[in-house]
Structure formats: C-alpha cells, structure tokens
Design a protein around this ligand. Sequence first.
Ligand code: ADP
Ligand code: ADP
Length: 228
Amino acid sequence: MRLENLTKRYPGNPMPAVDNVSMEIKAGEIVIFVGPSGCGKSTTLKMINRLIEPTSGRIRINDEDVTDMDPVKLRRKIGYAIQASGLFPHMTVAENIALVPKMAGWPRTRVRDRVEEMLDLVGLDPREFHGRYPRQLSGGQQQRVGVARALAADPPVLLMDEPFGAVDPITRDHLQDELIRLQHELRKTIVFVTHDFDEAIKLGDRIAVLRERSHIAQFDTPEAILTN
Ligand code: ADP
Ligand code: ADP
C-alpha cells in the first residue's frame, strides 16, 4: 500500500491535521504508527478507509488507486478495528461479523460458515457467543469480535487503531500473540496504531515514529529504532 502526499485539513483549522505524508507499506507487513496524541494517526487511518475524505493526495493498494473507490467496495479491501471495538450495539455478535460479507453479496451459507470461522480464529466459541449482544461481552471479548469483524471479508489490508488499548494486560498479550500468528498465516498488510512502545516493538515489522501533523521522524525496523 502506498500513501502519496496525503493531506487533511479539517474545516476551520488553518493547520493541516496531516501534512503531505508519503509512505510505502509492503504487502504482508505490519507497520506500527507511534506518536503523541493529536499527531494525526487516526486521521491518517480514517483517510485510508475513507471514513473521512483526504484534502489531497492518493492511496494505492497493490498499484490500484483506491482514493476515489466506492466506500462499500473499499470495505472489502480494508478491514478496520478500533479501540472502542465499534460494534453495533443493536446487532448480535454474528450479525456484526456478517455485515461486510453480506454487503459484499456473499451467499448466506458462506456468510454463516465465515462467522463461525472468524469466532474460532479469535478464540471465542461460536455456540456461546454467536447470539450475544455487545453489552453481554467483556471488554476483551468485544475487541476480539471487533477484530473478527475486521477480518471477515478477508481484506488484504487491516487498519487497527489501538485495538487492544482498553483490554487488561494479560488479554492484550494474548491478542497480540494471536495477531502475530494471524499475520503469519494470512499475510495481511497491517497498519497498527498504538502509543505503547513495547507493543510497537513486539508487533512491528517496521515502526513509523510520527511527530505533529504526521510528519515521519523515523521509519525503520524495531531493531534499528532501538539502537538509534
Ligand atoms: P491522533 O490519532 O494521533 O491522536 P487525530 O488524527 O485524532 O490524532 O487528530 C489530529 C489533529 O486533528 C488533532 O489536532 C485533532 O484535534 C484534529 N482533529 C481530529 N478530528 C477532527 C475533526 N473532526 N475536526 C477538526 N479537527 C479534528
Ligand atoms: P471482564 O473480566 O472483562 O470485566 P466481565 O466480568 O464483564 O469480564 O464478564 C465475565 C464473563 O461474563 C464474560 O465471559 C462475559 O462474556 C460474561 N458476561 C458479562 N456480562 C454478561 C451478560 N450481560 N450476559 C451474558 N454474559 C455476560
């Protein structure tokens, strides 16, 4: 995935929130964004999946320019998991996970199988969790379902905005291990935002250290960053 001169100005603010960011993220790589609160990490992720429109710049996935792609189509290419899990409270676990595959027009039986497969993948027993509502889950379970939903349509790119931030340390450690395993198995291209440097070192193939307006201060392997 390639970000080309990506810029976002929010209305009413003369300073861009993200200023002219360019970066190449290899297929199958986990890139971690670390940086202070307010430096534009979330804004960058939201531009990639077009929850917000870039002011200027282009986004390419596997050489395809997706900057103007229909957002519904884009959902099949990009999975998105966030700290608050973002689950729809009025939908069951199964309905939440099935959402994007359904929108993509998958046949019903395939969607049903996929929901089970995703729950297994994140370590939740489908028989137990299928019909629950988000409020009937612990924080860690909600985040697992959020990750399952992000992966359901098998998108090549996964954006994760502090997806484990609200989870207790033991569950977080477990989810991190699962993510590493998943990435090795499924070769997703992952952009992962965290302010936890230990998490960045553990998960990242490369770490992008961002300053204000998402200016890239460093972009290198954990080893290289630790020795600098
Ligand atoms: P981070 O994720 O690194 O904490 P954000 O991307 O959330 O940073 O925010 C980057 C900058 O953009 C901040 O200065 C923030 O105040 C501003 N910002 C974020 N969302 C909006 C918005 N909807 N309207 C105006 N300014 C915003
Ligand atoms: P945590 O340790 O993350 O705070 P909780 O105490 O919220 O977890 O939940 C403990 C267990 O009880 C979890 O397996 C959760 O799924 C289950 N649980 C919590 N609330 C409900 C509910 N309203 N209905 C059914 N199961 C629930």
